[in-house]
Design a protein around this ligand. Structure first.
Ligand code: SF4
Length: 150
């Protein structure tokens, strides 16, 4: 049985910063098709790190990798704690793959917002994606599922 970590918001959980979700029907269909072959483990690193929902949006600053929200509060500690806890789940179940929400300061695995809240994308990874990759877990974004898995 394969074990796969997934961003909870992609599965329809209302854990996004604004109280909504990023439900991805293709992912849900894939999960359904893999019943009996793979187990999926939903995580929301930001909630796991102790942040409430809804919460102010946050971005990672390019210059120092600190995570700061739209109110100017530094929430790096919460993001790093959430990343550690998501890694713990991945290790507990032996996950080799994570399908995570793109561009998120926690879950983004390629580009992320640049910390200026101007919708500008820069190279970089979210805190949880970065930690998972550093621990040997393959991380892909929701738009890559077709090429990589399906
Ligand atoms: Fe979704 Fe990840 Fe943000 Fe949680 S931390 S809302 S799972 S993108």
């Amino acid at each position: 049985m394969e074990h796969i970590l997934v961003s909870a918001c992609l599965c329809g959980k209302n854990c996004k910063w604004d109280g909504g979700n990023n439900k991805n029907q293709r992912l849900l269909d894939y999960m359904e098709s893999m019943k009996g072959k793979a187990e999926f483990h939903e995580v929301c690193p930001e909630q796991m790190g102790g942040l409430s929902t809804p919460r102010p949006a946050s971005e990672i600053r390019v210059e120092d990798r600190r995570v700061v929200n739209t109110e100017g509060v530094d929430v790096t500690e919460e993001f790093e704690r959430g990343a550690e806890l998501a890694l713990q789940v991945a290790k507990e179940f032996g996950c080799t793959l994570a399908i995570l929400k793109e561009r998120s300061p926690s879950c983004g695995c390629h580009g992320i917002y640049d910390g200026t809240f101007s919708k500008k994308i820069v190279e970089g990874k979210g805190k949880a994606a970065e930690l998972l990759i550093a621990n040997g877990i393959r991380v892909i974004g929701e738009s890559e599922m077709e090429n990589v898995i399906l």
